[in-house]
Design a protein around this ligand. Structure first.
Ligand SMILES: *Cc1c(COP(=O)(O)O)cnc(C)c1O
Ligand code: SF4
Length: 332
């Protein structure tokens, strides 16, 4: 169908056409050029990258826009902060075969793609050497053998980077090889694409997701209610219609969503779209992201107020990731 093909071309073109030049971003948003020199320095260590459809949801002339804050390179990223390091989760040590992380019982995480559609300044993998750790089509055999040899693995998680940056034929092929392993029951995908580039939810994606025998869970990573516009609503509706369980995970970020009202609005917006709040993560202490930090005491207080304001099913679990622990750690 021509309509389907048109949509496929659409997302790949949009991905190729992201905004990467701070000058252009500042001009598009009519932002004062004062912060520009800091931005130019910050992109030397972590590139600017943001889809145009995401920029279109930001407020003009507002450097404090909660969507802009997530992608805006700032000079202060270059300042060292004690405790903020390159690999805060010590992931490089938990990598039994290329592309596979096995930290928790029953589930393994595959780094399916190295790139993202958006570069989030708070990302805990902003220094991760993806290029050395994406096995490519042939190399997945080692990971698949690892999964096949451990019958305790019920769930395979696609992560990255953003796994949905990969093309559908690659994902479909990998998924069918995983589905051939009898003890795997669930495929979970952690992705920001349905939110930051909703055109990615194309017919081909929906087709293979619907066709697999695996139960499918998709965890979108929205941090603020303003991210969910009409296009995102339509994409989420199509995913739900395909029988996919939708969850959301966010990161608690200073000047983005560190208020009870922002967090409550996000939960309601998600629920309106059939997405259940799952986790609210404390920031991982990655070098360059200290300006997003909300201290733990304040996070606990916010979370308590959120519990008082929302029905229990709309309150995400407040968690923190600690190297060496057997799960994400609840914070109370
Ligand atoms: C977060 C994470 C998971 C999933 O943990 P859940 O608590 O099941 O969401 C699995 N593997 C790795 C390596 C992770 O970081
Ligand atoms: S891995 Fe996730 S948080 Fe990190 S840059 Fe990509 S989309 Fe953003």
């Amino acid at each position: 169908m021509t309509q389907g093909i048109g949509k496929v071309v659409g997302w790949q073109q949009q991905l190729a056409d992201c905004v990467e030049d701070p000058v252009e971003l500042f001009n598009m948003l009519d932002i004062d050029q004062q912060e520009l020199s800091g931005a130019m320095r910050a992109i030397q260590s972590f590139a600017l990258r943001v889809p145009r459809s995401f920029v279109a949801r930001m407020k003009l002339g507002d450097i404090n826009d909660p969507l802009l804050r997530q992608v805006l390179p700032l000079g202060e990223e270059l300042q060292a902060h004690p405790g903020f390091t390159q690999d805060p989760l010590n992931e490089l040590a938990q990598n039994p075969v290329p592309g596979l992380l096995h930290k928790y019982q029953g589930r393994v995480l595959l780094t399916v793609a190295g790139a993202c559609a958006i570069n989030c300044r708070y990302c805990f993998r902003r220094h991760y050497p993806y290029q050395d750790n994406i096995p490519g089509t042939k190399g997945w055999q080692l990971a698949l053998d690892y999964i096949a040899s451990d019958t305790s693995i019920r769930e395979v998680i696609y992560s990255g980077g953003d796994p949905l940056v990969a093309k559908d034929n690659v994902l479909e092929n990998l998924t069918s090889r995983i589905a051939a392993i009898a003890h795997v029951q669930v495929l979970r995908i952690h992705t920001r694409l349905p939110v930051v580039l909703p055109a990615r939810v194309c017919d081909r994606l929906l087709n293979w997701l619907q066709a697999t025998r695996l139960k499918t869970v998709l965890v979108i990573h929205a941090n603020h209610a303003n991210e969910i516009n009409r296009e995102v609503t339509l994409a989420l509706k199509q995913l739900r219609a395909a029988g996919i369980t939708l969850l959301n995970q966010s990161v608690l970020l200073k000047d983005v969503n560190d208020s009870v009202s922002a967090l409550a609005e996000l939960s309601w917006a998600l629920f309106d779209n059939g997405v259940m709040p799952y986790y609210l993560h404390l920031l991982d202490a990655v070098a360059g992201a200290a300006h997003f930090n909300v201290d733990q005491q304040q996070a606990v207080a916010l979370h308590q107020q959120l519990r008082h304001k929302l029905p229990g099913y709309l309150v995400p679990k407040l968690v923190k990731e600690m190297p060496g622990e057997l799960s994400k750690l609840p914070i109370i």
